[in-house]
Design a protein around this ligand. Structure first.
Ligand code: BGC
Length: 279
């Protein structure tokens, strides 16, 4: 095994999430995939949601079950209410309950403002924002029904919203995406305020530039990577595991007092690096 393959196994504590049931949306690729695998390494049983890419999802399931936990791939479009309700029902039937929701599924449909179609705007809002709303709502119903099980976790449930640095960094040519992420920030904080008394912790992870298919053109040539690194004080482009590890920590009782927080995992992208030498 290469050192890059073994590294994540070394850092994820194997029993941190033992006995917990996690659902990761959009888990067939990118950040979702790494997160589902890391949750499995931490001892959670994992539902791998996907909307397209069944084979990839099955591979993720295989990788997770290699950690000695249960996993299954469920197809559902997170922006479709009936499909989300059915997915949650199936999870409760087959896995018993849900303890951790990672609302990760997201996409980009980029265009200059005057060329952006209503369909491009709507698709991004539907998947990125409404999808998280629907999954969070259905997971919350189950958290409330079941309540706290102290042997499993101090919280009745944990929701981790996958946001982006673009919840606060405006992004020309991506008004649909940036608006969806700005919406996620306020949705997450409002849910955190509403659900904290019920012992449900809602938080977000805001990734910076992470090497995944969504932004391949931003890092897959030497020139593109050099340009991208100008925006990243820590001087490396992120890997999906960087985000996965933050999610595992946030979902665990190590972070039990963390409520309504956004954890930026971005190598310093939100530190206004242009001002290191200017201003
Ligand atoms: C976007 C990526 C982008 C990164 C940093 C992410 O939310 O999906 O395409 O590279 O933000 O700008």
């Amino acid at each position: 095994m290469s050192s890059t393959e073994s590294a994540p196994q070394r850092v994820v504590p194997a029993h941190l999430l033992k006995g917990q049931k996690a659902l990761v949306t959009g888990a067939n690729s990118g950040i979702g995939r790494a997160t589902a695998v890391a949750l499995g390494r931490a001892g959670a049983d994992v539902v791998v949601n996907y909307v397209a890419g069944r084979e990839d999802a099955e591979q993720v399931v295989e990788e997770i079950t290699g950690s000695g936990v249960q996993a299954a791939a469920y197809e559902a479009d997170v922006s479709d209410e009936d499909q989300v309700v059915a997915m949650m029902d199936r999870m409760v039937k087959e896995f018993g309950t849900i303890d951790i929701l990672v609302a990760n599924a997201g996409l980009q449909r980029d265009a200059p403002f005057t060329e952006m179609t209503l369909a491009q705007w709507q698709k991004v809002l539907d998947v990125n924002l409404t999808g998280q709303f629907l999954c969070a709502r259905e997971a919350t119903k189950e958290f409330l029904r079941r309540g706290v099980v102290p042997e499993v976790s101090r919280a009745a449930g944990k929701i981790i919203c996958m946001s982006s640095v673009h919840q606060i960094i405006p992004w020309a040519g991506h008004v649909n995406y940036a608006s969806s992420k700005g919406g996620i920030q306020m949705m997450m904080e409002t849910l955190a305020q509403e659900l904290a008394p019920k012992k449900i912790r809602v938080n977000a992870v805001a990734p910076g530039a992470i090497k995944t298919p969504i932004n391949r053109s931003a890092w897959d040539t030497a020139q593109a990577e050099r340009d991208l690194l100008k925006l990243i004080p820590y001087d490396r482009v992120g890997e999906p595991e960087d985000i996965a590890h933050a999610v595992v920590a946030l979902a665990s009782d190590l972070m039990d007092y963390v409520v309504g927080a956004t954890l930026y995992v971005d190598g310093g992208m939100t530190l206004f690096p242009g001002f290191a030498t200017g201003g």
